[in-house]
Ligand binder design. Structure first.
Ligand SMILES: Nc1ncnc2c1ncn2[C@@H]1O[C@H](COP(=O)(O)OP(=O)(O)OP(=O)(O)O)[C@@H](O)[C@H]1O
Ligand SMILES: [Mg+2]
Length: 254
């Protein structure tokens, strides 16, 4: 079982969108997938098909260890097992930050309980980095997908935080999301990112106006517009991750 955290230093970079899309595409390839919402925003469930935000989840376990998050899991139509964060109050979020600070391996231990087969994968959605939740996710992960829009502020903050991120997880790969190659500013921002990090881009995902719309009516862009560039890119990301994961046996492969 491998763990992958989606992390970014910018808000609205597309972490939740990519976590949900990747979970679904990997499940369709025959992988056992757990999508874990480790962001108090508690939005991942909406992307995976829940009508209402889940009231309970792993966040409750963080503030009250007698609560088992296993009881709040839910499986979507594609077979992704979803672990919600749960709807915490501001006071509870402060409490969970304190608990994470006091127990640096809390998430790592919680993930160990999941017990997927060797070829399975846990995908973690996170709040903006740096934060206690995102830091735990990075340290629990075998692979960090650093999601970055090609914009100056997002690229500059990623460059600044990359050394810390690499200390937390040895394998950090760059995913550029919301790419619009027609915009000169984006080309400049990407050139700066390349020069400052010497990091190749693992996958580029183009800006697609109908992406938010597809989610708003509970559909996947790659089903509604399978020939769009962004759908092709999302499959490319799933292919990249699938190739990184231990190979499926012939009977497991979809
Ligand atoms: N490639 C894309 N093209 C167009 N819109 C996109 C793309 N990727 C994500 N979006 C849209 O951008 C918005 C923000 O995406 P998302 O919520 O996944 O980002 P996030 O990084 O999880 O944000 P937050 O910081 O709030 O957690 C959503 O409306 C989503 O549909
Ligand atoms: Mg999000």
């Amino acid at each position: 079982m491998k763990t992958i955290a989606l992390i970014s230093t910018a808000g609205g970079a597309g972490r939740t969108t990519l976590a949900a899309s990747l979970a679904t595409l990997l499940a369709r390839r025959g992988r056992d997938v757990v999508a874990l919402d480790f962001d108090p925003q508690n939005m991942l469930g909406a992307y995976l098909g829940l009508d209402t935000l889940a009231a309970e989840g792993i966040g409750e376990t963080l503030v009250d260890p007698s609560r088992a998050w296993h009881e709040s899991t839910w499986r979507n139509d594609d077979g992704v097992l979803f672990v919600p964060h749960g709807n915490l109050t501001l006071a509870q979020i402060a409490e969970s930050d304190a608990r994470l600070a006091a127990h640096p391996r809390w998430l790592e231990h919680a993930i160990r309980d999941i017990g997927l087969p060797e070829t399975g994968v846990v995908l973690i959605d996170t709040p903006r980095y740096p934060s206690a939740h995102a830091d735990h996710a990075a340290r629990a992960a075998d692979l960090v997908l650093a999601v970055c829009p090609p914009e100056p502020a997002a690229c500059a903050t990623l460059v600044a935080r990359l050394p810390a991120l690499r200390e937390s997880c040895a394998d950090v790969r760059l995913v550029v999301n919301r790419l619009n190659p027609a915009r000169a500013m984006q080309r400049d921002a990407l050139a700066m990112l390349r020069a400052a990090t010497a990091m190749p881009v693992a996958q580029r995902i183009h800006l697609e106006a109908s992406m938010p719309e597809a989610f708003s009516h509970g559909a996947w862009l790659f089903d509604e517009a399978p020939h769009s560039q962004a759908s092709h890119d999302l499959h490319g990301l799933a292919q990249h991750v699938d190739a990184w994961l231990p190979a499926l046996t012939t009977s497991e492969a979809a």
